[in-house]
Design a protein around this ligand. Structure first.
Ligand code: NAD
Length: 262
C-alpha cells in the first residue's frame, strides 16, 4: 500500500515511534528511525527492523530539542533515500509536577521536543513535498492535545500546540493545491515498555496488584479499560498516509478507548 515511500519517524528507537516505524516498513516504506543517542544500540535497532521487515531502514541520530538537528534529520533522510514522502513527528518526553514547582528547564525541553521539533522538521520537509505534489505529515499528539490533566502543564500546552500546528500545516498545503496532508493522532494510554516499567513502581507504591494498578490508577479515564497498542497507533498512522486518506487533513484522530468522549 505504501510501497516505495520514504518515511521519517522522529523518536523511534522505542515505544510508539518504533511501532509506527515497523508498521510503515511492513507496508513497504523505506524508513529513517531517529533518536538523540547516536548509539550502537540505536543502530542495532535499525538493523533488526530491516532484518525483520525486509525494508531498507537507516538510523539518523539527531536531537529533536535543537532546531538545526531537526533540519539535519530531514537533510540526511533526503541524502539517503532521495526525498521524504512521510514525516511522523513522534518524539516526546514528559514531566509531572505542579506549576509552582515545575522546573523551567523541563518546561523548555518539553516545548522544544514535543512541539517545536514538529515545526522544524515540517519546515525542512514540506517544500519538497509541495514541489513533488505529494506528502503526508502525521503528528503524534495525545488525548492531552484535546483535554487536560493537572500537573502536566508543559505536556498539555505542547500537545495542544501540536494540534494547532497540524491545522495550520494542513491549510497551507491545501492552499498550494497539492496532495499533502497533515493530521494529529491523539493516543490515550498506550502499552509501551515505559508504561510496563511504571507498573512495577505503581504496584509497590500503592500496594496493589497489577490488575488493580491498571484498573484504578492507569486506566481510570479510559472507558474501554484497555491500553491502545503501538501497532494500533502504527496502523492509524499508516491509514493517514494512504491515498484513501487524501481528504483527511487538518484534523485529529483519537485512539484513546473513549477517553475524550467523556
Ligand atoms: P518513549 O519514551 O518510549 O519513546 C520516545 C522516543 O523518543 C525514544 O526513542 C527516545 O529515545 C526518543 N527521544 C527522546 N528525546 C529525544 C530527543 N531529544 N531527540 C530525539 N529523540 C528523542 O515514549 P512513547 O510512550 O513511545 O511516546 C512517543 C510519543 O507518543 C510521544 O510524543 C508521547 O507524548 C506520545 N504519547 C504517548 C502515550 C503513551 O501512553 N505512551 C500517550 C499519548 C501520546
Amino acid at each position: 500500500m505504501l510501497t516505495g515511500k520514504v518515511a521519517v519517524v522522529t523518536g523511534s528507537t522505542s515505544g510508539i515511534g518504533l511501532g509506527i516505524a515497523k508498521v510503515l516498513a511492513d507496508k513497504g516504506c523505506m524508513v529513517v528511525i531517529n533518536d538523540h543517542t547516536h548509539s550502537d544500540d540505536a543502530r542495532a535497532i535499525a538493523a533488526d527492523l530491516a532484518k525483520e521487515t525486509g525494508a531498507e531502514v537507516r538510523y539518523v541520530g539527531a536531537d529533536m530539542s535543537k532546531a538545526e538537528e531537526c533540519a539535519n534529520l530531514i537533510t540526511e533522510a533526503e541524502k539517503a533515500f532521495g526525498r521524504v514522502d512521510i514525516l511522523v513527528n513522534n518524539a516526546g518526553i514528559q514531566h509531572v509536577e505542579k506549576i509552582e514547582d515545575f522546573p523551567d528547564g523541563k518546561w523548555n525541553a518539553i516545548i522544544a521536543i514535543n512541539l517545536s521539533s514538529a515545526f522544524h522538521t515540517t519546515k525542512a520537509a514540506i517544500a519538497g513535498m509541495k514541489a513533488r505534489g505529494h506528502g503526508r505529515i502525521v503528528n503524534i499528539a495525545s488525548a492531552h492535545g484535546l483535554t487536560a490533566s493537572p500537573f502536566k502543564s508543559a505536556y498539555v500546552a505542547a500537545k495542544h500546540g501540536v494540534v494547532g500546528l497540524s491545522k495550520v500545516t494542513a491549510l497551507e498545503a491545501a492552499e498550494a493545491k497539492v496532495d499533502v496532508t497533515c493530521n494529529a493522532v491523539c493516543p490515550g494510554y498506550v502499552w509501551t515498555p515505559l508504561v510496563e516499567a511504571q507498573l512495577e513502581d505503581q504496584m509497590r507504591a500503592n500496594d496493589m496488584t497489577k490488575d488493580e494498578v491498571i484498573d484504578k490508577v492507569m486506566l481510570t479515564r479510559t472507558p474501554t479499560r484497555e491500553f491502545a497498542t503501538v501497532e494500533q497507533i502504527g496502523e492509524t498512522t499508516a491509514f493517514l498516509c494512504s491515498d484513501g486518506a487524501a481528504q483527511i487533513t487538518g484534523t485529529t484522530i483519537s485512539v484513546d478507548g473513549g477517553w475524550t468522549a467523556m
